[in-house]
Design a protein around this ligand. Structure first.
Ligand code: CO8
Length: 260
């Protein structure tokens, strides 16, 4: 069952599309969906995929939130555990060894917006709608919304969105730094794949180390982040990709990266 909740499409060249597939509930996140996503991401790690694109099944939603029917009868302990579990699964995207792109094809509300914000890059369909409407339900964001939204949009804007629970259009999301760009209706996945192909044409080791170094910026203060960056920069110089990339430039030919 968990297999069907997240479907996989191999795009070749180290690129995979994972689709949250529970369209009858607008892809709302229940335990099965979260488990299937964790399993799918483990699979991508094992395969060594360089770029994973996340999108939603159907033409209406990316993910319309955590499952309200499931949460409705939670007690305090169950709610805390569910939040911790969801955070662990979303962290797998943030800490994934390759690049993660959210192709937001419709509603991304509550846990859905949090899911997109756990990815490295967020592309938005013209008809995407984002928001943290948890206060409408008498709760707060629990899958990282109060943390990642503040980092992306700044303290004031994040607070306003979380306190009012209002839904925003993709243009505003881009203006606030939450999304990267707005794509014409129906093209967001296409654009995400195109961006993934550009990324996958670069030195794979460099992409992985760059991702790790950028993620360090959210975990450490500047001094430690810079030390880590210097170490990772040094690590590049033990790779064939570095040797090939620099030789190719000097030879005036395209590089043939092997990911080693
Ligand atoms: N959970 C469960 N079912 C959902 C959800 C959801 N989040 N969203 C939609 N559905 C279901 C609907 O119940 C409906 O089912 P049915 O056909 O059986 O009645 C089906 O999907 C279609 O939905 P609608 O008929 O409502 O579709 P509309 O086009 O009229 O509206 C909306 C679309 C605006 C997206 C509307 O469905 C909506 O407002 N959904 C809820 C959005 C929301 O509040 N999301 C936040 C949830 S809270 C959250 O995510 C907290 C995350 C942190 C968790 C922390 C752990 C404790």
């Amino acid at each position: 069952m968990s297999q069907e909740m997240v479907t996989r499409e191999d795009m070749g060249g180290g690129i995979a599309v994972l689709r949250i597939s529970r369209p009858e509930a607008l892809n709302a996140l229940n335990l099965e969906v979260l488990a299937a996503l964790a399993e799918a991401l483990e699979g991508e790690r094992a395969l060594g995929s360089l770029v994973v694109i996340l999108t939603g099944a159907g033409d209406k939603a990316f993910v319309a939130g955590a499952d309200i029917g499931l949460m409705q009868s939670f007690d305090r302990s169950e709610a805390t555990q569910f939040a911790r579990y969801g955070q662990r699964v979303l962290n797998m995207l943030t800490l994934f060894h390759g690049v993660t792109i959210a192709a937001v094809n419709g509603y991304a509300l509550g846990g859905g917006m949090e899911l997109s914000m756990a990815c490295d890059l967020i592309l938005l369909d013209e008809k995407a709608r984002l928001g943290q409407p948890e206060v409408n339900l008498g709760v707060i964001p629990g899958f990282g919304g109060t943390q990642r939204l503040v980092r992306l949009a700044g303290a004031q804007r994040a607070r306003e969105l979380i306190f009012t629970g209002r839904t925003i259009k993709p243009e505003e999301a881009v203006r606030l730094g939450i999304g990267l760009k707005v794509c014409p209706e129906g093209t967001v996945l296409e654009e995400a794949i195109e961006m993934a192909r550009t990324i996958a044409s670069k030195g794979p080791v460099a992409i992985r180390l760059a991702k790790r170094s950028c993620a360090n910026g959210e975990r450490f203060d500047l001094a430690i982040g810079l030390q880590e960056e210097a170490d990772l920069f040094g690590e590049c110089f033990e790779t064939e990709d570095q040797s090939e990339g620099m030789s190719a430039f000097l030879d005036k030919r395209p590089a043939q990266f092997q990911g080693k």
